[in-house]
Ligand binder design. Sequence first.
Ligand SMILES: [Fe+2]
Length: 155
Amino acid sequence: MQKNMDMMKSFGVLFGLLHDVDFECYPEEHCKKAQELLKEIDASEELIHAVCSHGYGICSDVEPKHEMEKILFATDELTGLIWAAAKMRPSKSTKDMELSSLKKKFKDKKFAAGCSRDIIKKGAELLGWELDKLLEETLEAMKNVENSVEKEMIK
Ligand SMILES: [Fe+2]
């Protein structure tokens, strides 16, 4: 059981790291070129599916099936919105951000307009979560990793 949990965690980290593998060099083929690039390194079909599914309905027709895939689909846009909101705060941090503040930013269509609210809502729907749960859990997760992300960025 522990071995399976460790393998899922490793897969999740790999998936998280590789999900935009094609974006910088092939932005017009995002989530399509990834398939080709990952096949070249003999990546598993599961990993290729996971990577390609994060652009479902945008640049990919690969539907997120696994919970981990649905979470990335739902949070890819949302983390951008949360981080944009954090940068507007005096603290420049998520740590003192309240859910109510995030909800206001979410409703303000002019704020971080590039972060699709429809995709975020669809992600919550795919997960079977209320939108508030998705916003709250994502905000809490970002609060929890902010220090370690900052440390890595400074290196
Ligand atoms: Fe992406």
